[in-house]
Write a new protein. Structure first.
Lengths: 425, 267, 312
């Protein structure tokens, strides 16, 4: 491999010829170019191995690249066995996954020239670009998520494509959600932030299967779970943790936790009990089995509810502003508990909140939603390593990320306030 | 310039909206099946004692045109109205007094609680002995029937007024009079109307029973009369009239409630 | 005395980071101690406090005033019409006498026969109406289809007072006993169905959604969500149904019965056996109250979780 040092302008020119990137405004394109490198590769060279840390993604300028692990042509797969066209992109892991490891390798079939672009820098550039940046990131995320699901057999890939929901009370159409698209990758922790009444709960209900859509589709692991004129069904593959808590108040903690798996036949009673106890101890709640929810504090109830969700081994866990009613101190404890459980089980998580700090603290990616009608305005990738703890709340990185988003969120909040939005919409 | 189309009056368009609703059709199906089963049972030879729905419908005009029919309505309604209003006035007064003063409550509540479980009809013989005329007897019974539900509901209404409203009014320097009329009364109104709704149902029950037992005219007496003369269609027509009367009174109370409490969203 | 007093030597709390493991144990113990600690009191002290409290004293005064007034109006200064009402002393002595003038006192078997018959009828009707009404109410509450079909019919029949059914019932049902029970049943049936329906409707939607997420089958949803969730409301309804049952029973017995407390009262009236009227009324009051109290106690015990709600 040889690295040619081109000037930024030349690199910019090359990048402009790539169809996907040509839409970027000039200043952003220069920034991408500043973080890009032109490389020439010889036949037989390995561009990257499976299992390597992914830092750059690549744009093919000429030549041929092969991915040996990929099966031949699945119809709509973006990641194919061979990359042959100029302007094609490969090595997606770099810009959708912080500290991600490659799951496939890339080898050179004939002399090739590629542009290597730093993934983290690219993400930062896109997040400054607002809605268009979000849309572009989604295109990449879609390709990678579908690919990851097929190759790495990871479950919990949620794909929301142009979802829209219009309520029609007596003729006055209310657009709750309008043309929303996101791709949540298996094992990713995503957060949606927005003011009250912006439609985030509506979107979550559509993903969970409680509500229908009037346009668009939602897929889980490639299977259609919601589209217009279809009655969606909720199920244990997408468990929801509710805003005001939905632990059954007439049942003990033990009963609440173990009944689900037993009913589905997934675990025997002893197994369920053992696992439940293990998780309870993890978050510091041993010995509460016999208590009823009415005798516990809200923080304890929420933690138990999260454990109940995990115990049922869903593909996705959906949380709808679960910590909303808690006081600040309890909230911190409960957030830490959630993070611990996430690190332990690495399930896909979608977390809805109005609190930007909470979202940044917990998530890998944060989506900012506008006030009604709800659309996605911005995507922010959180480049903070896990495991996280409360100390990072005052770190410069955190503050920088917060600054990125706060203006967008605040703008929407002011709009919602002016429109007189009621809470719990 | 395009011609202005006449807007359809609201009540008409609302009717059309209701006609489109599946709820209405479902309900009609349910009721229709009930009548169908009734008719069928008779045709099959079961329940020969009962008239068929058709016979009842045919009998209605004949019954209604009889002299006593509308007089019965008048008599019963009069009794209901008198007893109910008297009960309402006294019950509201006592409810508010006992609700607001701990002393009054401790004094009076135990006695009232002792009397409350006694079914109103159990008072019948005593009332007959004590009151000079049959009319006053029946009105008294109606009063007893209506008094307790209204009283209990007013009392619990005052109890359940969120103390924060009172505190808010006090911090705004409200005079006791203001506090009473602007916080306590509106706050207790929903419970009052719940009590009134329950009481009107009980009132009708009592009137009918009292008329059956000791009456000279009224809807209950009418029904009893039909029973005595073994006219089942008469009985059923009587029952339906009573039911109708009950529905109308409840609707009246509900309408009054809406007028008195424009802020109240139910359900 | 076990009052918790903060002292200088109390250990400082761990920082928020470890609160998950240690802080909540402390939280837990506090909550498990049923209530905040209070001073223990001896039995006689609490008894004395109860007896001298304003509630008790004023209640006693209220009672006393009532009885004194009653006595005055019926034995001392007797306005017209009041001579029909026996004075309380006479009543009480008749009630407890071994040889009552009109044949009914706590020592006569007839008294208990009447009580037994009435109670039997009420409970037979009540239990039947619950057995039929509660499941129907649950069905109506749970299935919008059933509700749409059946509720309008119920609402149409409901305004007809149960006692208006007496003539029809007597003609249709051969035994008078059956007719009286039928009317009582009808009354408590409607109350039960309606309150059960409301109870099911009052269950928060979130619980149904959570059950769906957890993969509960319909059977499980019924027994683990609908029934426990609606139970508090159902028991309120049962208390009302019980009251209504007594009400209708008395009416039925008066109009068409040949035994029981309602009949006793009416018969006493026709025979001018005045004390019996009162004895009957008071007994009815006591029985009615006791029945409702029984249901309330049962309900409170079954729904212990309900009284603790508030934190979650």
């Amino acid at each position: 491999m040889t690295t040619n040092v081109q000037s930024i302008a030349e690199r910019e020119e090359l990048l402009r010829n790539v169809p996907m990137l040509s839409v970027l405004p000039a200043n952003l394109l220069s920034e991408v170019a500043a973080n890009a490198e032109l490389r020439s590769l010889d036949t037989g060279e390995i561009v990257f191995h499976a299992g390597e840390l992914a830092t750059d993604f690549y744009i093919l300028l000429s030549g041929r690249i092969q991915h040996p692990e990929v099966e031949t042509a699945v119809a709509d797969a973006v990641v194919r066995r061979e990359v042959t066209n100029a302007g094609d992109i490969f090595g997606y892991a770099a810009f959708v996954d912080l500290n991600g490891y490659r799951i496939i390798s890339a080898t050179v079939a004939e002399p090739t020239r590629v542009m290597a672009v730093n993934g983290a820098a690219f993400r930062r550039v896109l997040s400054r670009w607002g809605k268009e940046g979000h849309d572009l990131l989604q295109v990449f995320a879609l390709s990678y998520a579908s690919h990851e699901h097929r190759i790495a057999q990871k479950a919990g890939w949620v794909s929301v494509r142009n979802a829209g929901k219009v309520y029609d009370p007596k003729g006055k159409a209310v657009v709750a959600v309008d043309d929303c698209s996101i791709e949540i990758r298996p094992g990713e922790f995503c957060a949606i932030v927005g003011p009250s009444g912006c439609g985030k709960s509506t979107l979550l209900n559509a993903i969970a299967g409680f509500d229908g859509l009037t346009s668009g589709e939602i897929l889980l692991d490639g299977n259609l779970i919601n589209r217009p004129r279809m009655h969606p069904k909720p199920g244990p593959d997408r468990i929801v943790v509710f805003q005001n808590g939905a632990l059954f108040p007439w049942a003990s903690v033990r009963e609440n936790l173990i009944r689900g798996p037993i009913i589905r036949g997934a675990m025997s009673e002893t197994e369920a009990l053992a696992r439940a106890r293990e998780l309870l101890e993890r978050v510091g709640l041993s010995d509460i089995e016999d208590l009823f929810p009415g005798a516990m504090s809200s923080g304890m109830c929420r933690r138990v509810e999260i454990i109940r969700a995990i115990l049922n081994e869903p593909r996705v866990i959906l949380l709808d502003e679960p910590f909303r009613g808690l006081d600040a101190l309890t909230k911190t404890v409960t957030q830490t508990a959630l993070l611990e459980l996430y690190d332990l089980t690495r399930k896909t998580v979608l977390f809805i909140t109005h609190d930007l700090e909470e979202a940044i603290y917990l998530a890998d990616r944060v989506f900012v939603m506008t006030t009604r009608p709800g659309r996605f305005k911005q995507t922010i990738a959180i480049d903070i390593p896990r495991p996280r703890d409360a100390k990072m709340l005052t770190s410069p990185e955190f503050i920088r990320l917060k600054e990125e988003a706060i203006e967008a969120v605040h703008e929407e909040a002011v709009k919602a306030f002016a429109a007189g939005e009621k809470e719990f919409a | 310039m395009t011609a202005l189309t006449q807007p359809v009056p609201i009540w008409l368009s609302r009717t059309f909206d209701n006609l489109k609703s599946p709820q209405l059709w479902l309900g009609l199906v349910g009721i229709a099946s009930f009548f169908a089963i009734w008719q069928l049972a008779r045709s099959l030879g079961l329940m020969l004692v009962m008239p068929t729905p058709l016979e009842v419908i045919e009998a209605i005009p004949q019954q209604v045109s009889q002299d006593g029919y509308w007089l019965s309505w008048l008599a019963s309604t009069q009794r209901v109205f008198l007893g109910f209003s008297a009960a309402a006035v006294l019950a509201v007064f006592l409810g508010i007094t006992l609700g607001m003063s701990r002393k009054a409550r401790d004094l009076g509540f135990p006695i009232l609680e002792i009397f409350r479980p006694i079914p109103p009809l159990a008072w019948l013989p005593l009332a007959i002995l004590f009151w000079p005329t049959a009319e006053t007897t029946i009105v008294f019974l109606t009063f007893i029937g209506a008094f307790f539900p209204i009283f209990i509901n007013v009392l619990s209404g005052i109890d359940n007024i969120d103390v924060r409203y009172i505190q808010a009014a006090q911090s705004l320097n409200a005079s006791p009079r203001s506090l009473f009329w602007r916080v306590l009364v509106p706050g207790a109104l929903p419970s009052l109307f719940t009590g009134l709704t329950i009481a009107i149902g009980i009132t009708w029950e009592v009137v009918i029973a009292a008329e059956m037992a000791s009456g000279n005219h009224g809807l209950g007496y009418l029904t009893w009369n039909s029973y005595m003369s073994n006219s089942l269609t008469g009985i059923i027509v009587g029952m339906l009239s009573i039911g109708l009367a009950g529905m109308v009174s409840s609707a009246l109370i509900a309408w009054l409630g809406k007028k008195a409490m424009p802020w109240w969203r139910q359900g | 005395m076990n009052v918790i007093v903060p002292t200088a030597s109390a250990p400082t709390r761990e920082p928020a980071r470890d609160a998950g493991s240690k802080g909540d144990a402390y939280d837990l113990k506090l909550r498990q101690s049923a209530d905040w600690p209070r001073k223990e009191q001896g039995f006689t002290t609490s008894l004395w406090k109860g007896l001298t409290s304003q509630t008790f004293v004023f209640g006693a005064i209220g009672f006393a005033v009532f009885f004194i007034l009653w006595y005055l109006l019926t034995a001392v200064v007797v306005p017209p019409r009041f001579h029909f009402i026996p004075n309380p002393i006479y009543l009480f002595t008749q009630w407890i006498s071994t040889d009552p003038k009109f044949g009914v006192s706590i020592f006569t078997p007839q008294y208990y026969e009447h009580i037994w018959i009435s109670t039997l009828r009420v409970y037979a009707a009540f239990l039947t109406s619950v057995a039929v009404g509660a499941p129907l109410g649950i069905l109506l509450g749970w299935s919008p289809l059933a509700r749409g079909l059946i509720l309008p019919l119920v609402e149409l029949l409901r305004p007809i007072p149960p006692l208006a059914w007496v003539p029809l019932a007597v003609l249709m049902i051969p035994a008078t006993e059956g007719a009286v029970i039928f009317v009582t049943l009808l009354a408590s049936f409607f109350a039960t169905v309606l309150n059960t329906l409301l109870g099911v409707l009052s269950i928060n939607e979130s619980y149904f959604r959570a059950a769906a997420c957890l993969g509960y089958t319909r059977w499980n949803v019924l027994w683990r969500v609908v029934v426990p969730g609606a139970l508090p409301f159902i028991f309120t309804g049962l208390q009302i149904a019980m009251g209504v049952a007594w009400f209708s029973l008395v009416g039925g017995e008066m109009i068409a019965g040949r035994s029981g407390l309602g009949y006793l009262i009416f018969d006493a009236y026709t025979q001018l056996a005045l004390p019996n009227i009162f004895i009957g009324m008071i007994t009815l009051g006591i029985l009615g109250y006791a029945s409702s109290a029984l249901i309330r106690a049962l309900g409170d015990w079954l729904n212990r979780w309900h009284s603790n709600m508030g934190g979650a």
